[in-house]
Design a protein. Structure first.
Length: 232
């Protein structure tokens, strides 16, 4: 549920590595300049759930942008299985650059303070880590149960990191020790939280793996983190 404040939402586009990248933008309806947050979708593309997450971010006082990573392939189809198949057809390097280009777009947006954060879920969690690696202008990143970057790439991260994992997500969690070690060695500000009893995708309230307690706590931590890192 989003807070009962007036929001402005619109479909926008920004320049990416492969051309125009479609995105959903949500923000408070007034014209006040605000910090910005990129919201990167799961492996099913820009679905209604992620648009709702963007509105939740906007309801907390941020400009939220949810890019459609499937823009180079015509955009996210309604069928989630088709979207999942298309995600596998994307060029990895081009996709990272397309998502990282959202940082520059938001940094220079007329209603932006210039401070930009990023969050993402599942596939988008891994992409959030990559945006942190590629974007020195990113101030804060909060990936949810995402694939970790290569340890050799971690020293490129300039953003503060708030990293969420699910206790019962063995495949993704196998990468935590190496990531933690690389973050420590590089002297990067970070926190790692592992949510007891939660599965991969615990934040998605349209999924059977939704874990309301873990989702609520992770969300509260994420919003507090973005307030601290983007509003000061």
């Amino acid at each position: 549920m989003t807070k009962a404040i007036d929001l402005h939402t619109e479909d926008v586009a920004y320049p990416g590595e492969t051309g125009s990248i479609r995105a959903y933008l949500a923000r408070p309806a007034d014209e006040t300049k605000r910090p910005c947050v990129i919201v990167i979708h799961e492996n099913r593309g820009l679905q209604p759930h992620i648009k709702d997450v963007a509105r939740r971010v906007a309801s907390e006082g941020f400009v939220a942008l949810a890019p459609d990573a499937l823009s180079p392939l015509g955009g996210t189809p309604e069928d989630e299985d088709e979207a999942r198949s298309l995600i596998g057809q994307l060029d990895g390097e081009e996709t990272v650059r397309n998502m990282a280009a959202a940082v520059e777009y938001l940094k220079t947006h007329p209603l932006s303070t210039g401070k930009v954060g990023c969050t993402g879920f599942c596939w988008g969690g891994g992409m959030t880590n990559q945006v942190a690696v590629r974007s020195p202008d990113l101030s804060a990143a909060a990936p949810y149960y995402g694939r970790q970057p290569e340890p050799a790439d971690v020293p490129q991260i300039k953003a503060a990191m708030l990293i969420h994992y699910a206790e019962l997500d063995e495949r993704i969690n196998a990468g935590i020790p190496a990531f933690r070690e690389a973050l420590e060695e590089a002297g990067i500000e970070y926190e790692i939280h592992v949510y007891e009893g939660a599965q991969h995708a615990f934040n998605n309230d349209t999924s059977p793996r939704y874990h309301p307690q873990a989702a609520k706590l992770a969300w509260e931590r994420t919003i507090a983190f973005f307030r601290k890192k983007l509003e000061t």
